[in-house]
Unconditional design. Structure first.
Length: 293
């Protein structure tokens, strides 16, 4: 039975008083569904989980539209907790550490959002505006669309149902992007290897669709696809900078797109690989190593 039907049933049973009470209940529910605007108050660094830091002296809730914007360059930290809000606009630095921030709708991030020590963002769509970026240091992203770039540093980033319209910068030996389960990395994503890699665990399959490219971030830079799982490439894997190298070292590699070495780069395919797409080696000093098999 719908709420409106309940109103008329109550009216028949309890008369006008019941009808008015039920109607007021519907009005309150409708206002809650629209959500409140909640703002960060102090022009200071602070902790998300302190109610006095928020307008209304209460923590933001599931239907609240949250804004964090003060005059100074401040750091707000959400740690050791789980929070569900409707939406977020943040002009300040925000760190999520050993905590989860879930979004019902979207977020506009105009500063640095750091995911550390298992810090997680889940749901919604995140747009990284001018000055906005995500830094992952043992972070997690789940069921989210990201428009903008992610810096994946020491500790890496684990993803589940990620749509990335931007670049994933895989930095240093600890900058690894790891799938939490068998899935497709969606969106117009550019995997930029700067010493890091992409991992696929045993029993998992990671698919790179035609909209995804993977390449080194510059001359002399290396990168790796690794792990005991299966990598399916339908996009472009390109070792195309002088002295750079990309190595595909997953247990199984199925190339259904383009895998190439160009402009003096080196591409190495190891272990059990198959090719139903295109393999290219082009340019002086370019090398395609076909190992395994």
């Amino acid at each position: 039975m719908s709420r409106l039907e309940c109103v008329f049933v109550l009216a028949r049973r309890g008369g006008m008083r019941a009808l008015i009470a039920a109607a007021l209940g519907l009005a309150v529910s409708a206002l809650a569904a629209r959500g409140d605007s909640v703002t960060w108050l102090p022009d200071a660094d602070g902790l998300w989980m302190i109610p006095a830091n928020w307008s209304g002296n209460a923590l933001p809730g599931p239907m609240d539209k949250v804004t964090i914007s003060v005059a100074g360059d401040r750091l707000i930290t959400l740690s050791n907790s789980s929070q569900l809000i409707r939406s977020l606009v943040s002009d300040e630095r925000l760190t999520i550490s050993n905590a989860t921030l879930s979004l019902m709708a979207g977020a506009q991030i105009n500063n640095v959002l750091t995911l550390a020590d298992g810090g997680t963002v889940a749901g919604g769509a995140i747009t990284l505006g001018n000055g906005g970026r995500i830094v992952a240091e043992n972070g997690r992203i789940a069921n989210t669309t990201i428009s903008g770039d992610i810096d994946i540093a020491a500790g890496g980033l684990t993803f589940d149902s990620l749509t990335l319209n931007g670049a994933a910068l895989l930095s240093g030996s600890g900058g690894w992007l790891n799938a939490s389960s068998s899935q497709t990395l969606s969106g117009n994503a550019n995997l930029v290897f700067q010493g890091g890699g992409v991992g696929v665990s045993a029993g998992q399959t990671l698919t790179l669709p035609p909209t995804v490219t993977a390449r080194p971030g510059g001359a002399g830079v290396s990168g790796t696809f690794g792990g005991a799982g299966t990598l399916i490439n339908q996009g472009l894997i390109s070792a195309d900078a002088a002295g750079s190298s990309l190595t595909v070292n997953t247990a199984v590699f199925a190339n259904q797109g383009i895998a190439q070495a160009r402009n003096g780069g080196t591409l190495t395919l190891l272990n059990n690989w198959t090719n139903a797409g295109t393999l290219i080696v082009d340019g002086d000093g370019s090398t395609l190593n076909l190992g395994g098999k």
